[in-house]
Design a protein around this ligand. Structure first.
Ligand code: 13P
Length: 340
């Protein structure tokens, strides 16, 4: 049964000790990452970087699924094995980013709306054939003095729900990602207020558009201080406010919440997830769908040098092991220095 499959896939993605690797950077974003290590962003270099991640020893112990980009889901490893086959063989579920990016919002050009609904039904059918079992759509919500507007929250929620409904029609589990950015100098309480408003709007739209909550995952930001806020909340405060916010806005029928890292340092993203899970007795599984926080250390250790592939893979597996411990609420800072 199609629907039974989607609920099982959603649950498998948030299985104990496991979470998602977001490796779905658009061509523009991956170029920025490769530039950090002085590499040109050629198709081959992008392939080599993703192959390093997908062939790291033991990574499947911590990673349930990988979100791929359109180019990546069609790529093959150096030995000719399609990435999708390589992931499936490792027991890792392939997923796909299907939005076309955040664009200026007509009538409120300082805000953004995510595009990509046109032709989505056909693209989903093709991705399902290639092997995608889940998908991602990211809405971007910025906090400023008079932002976000209700208009911005509404149109983004509408698009997220349209996307989610089309995914479920195509037998693909939607990951619904309303990301409230951590840029800015706002405090944690302002983040709480905006995140609550965003989530209420999203779940109202999902309800209107008949999205089955048991067959989706939510990918939100944590409730956290803005990067430039002079008072940075502790992990304990982040955990307490994040859990309170989600208890008040996210129905218990949603099988899992998978946080984005959003520009937090690798260590903060790990410690904060751990603090959230230590609160315990949560109605949903609480896990990760990290991009930067899972990849940054590995990218630096690799540095684009063929001789450093092993070092990059060890750094990736090390961080994945720590984030996995945090997902189960059994991470400690001293694990940071333990051998990979
Ligand atoms: P970060 O963890 O780097 O925020 O990326 C997750 C993601 O997929 C954002 O859409």
């Amino acid at each position: 049964m199609a629907s039974h499959d989607m609920a099982s896939i959603a649950q498998a993605l948030v299985a104990k000790s496991k979470g998602i690797l977001a490796a779905d950077e658009s061509t523009g974003t991956i170029a920025k990452r490769l530039t950090l290590i002085g590499m040109p962003s050629t198709e081959e270099n992008r392939r080599d970087w993703r192959e390093l991640l997908f062939t790291a020893d033991g990574f499947a112990d911590y990673i349930s699924g990988v979100i791929l980009y359109d180019e990546t889901i069609r790529q093959k490893a150096k030995d000719g094995t399609p990435f999708v086959d390589l992931l499936n063989k490792a027991g890792v579920i392939p997923g796909i980013k299907v939005d076309m990016g955040a664009k200026p919002l007509a009538g409120s050009p300082d805000e953004k709306v995510t595009e990509g609904l046109d032709g989505l039904r056909e693209r989903l059918a093709e991705y399902r054939k290639i092997g995608a079992r889940f998908a991602k759509w990211r809405a971007v919500i910025d906090i400023a003095a008079d932002q976000p507007s209700n208009y911005c929250l509404d149109v983004n929620a509408h698009a997220l729900a349209r996307y989610a409904a089309l995914c479920q029609e195509a037998d693909i589990v939607p990951i619904v990602e309303p990301e409230v950015l951590m840029d800015g100098d706002h405090d944690i309480d302002r983040c709480y207020e905006v995140t609550s408003a965003a989530l209420r709007t999203v779940f109202a739209a999902l309800d209107t558009q008949r999205v089955v909550l048991e067959e989706m995952l939510l990918k939100p930001n944590m409730v956290i201080s803005g990067k430039k806020c002079p008072t940075q909340a502790s992990a304990a405060e982040i955990a307490e406010k994040t859990v309170r916010c989600f208890r008040n806005t996210v129905p218990a029928a949603v099988p899992g919440i998978v946080f984005l890292s959003g520009g937090q340092s690798d260590e903060d993203a790990t410690a904060n997830l751990d603090a959230i899970n230590r609160i315990g007795n949560l109605p949903w599984e609480v896990s990760y769908s990290y991009g930067r926080a899972l990849q940054h250390g590995a990218l630096m250790a690799w540095g684009g040098k063929p001789g450093n592939v092993g070092a990059g893979q060890r750094a990736f597996a090390h961080r994945a092991r720590l984030v996995s411990a945090a997902r189960d609420g059994r991470y400690s800072a001293k694990m940071e220095s333990e051998a990979a």
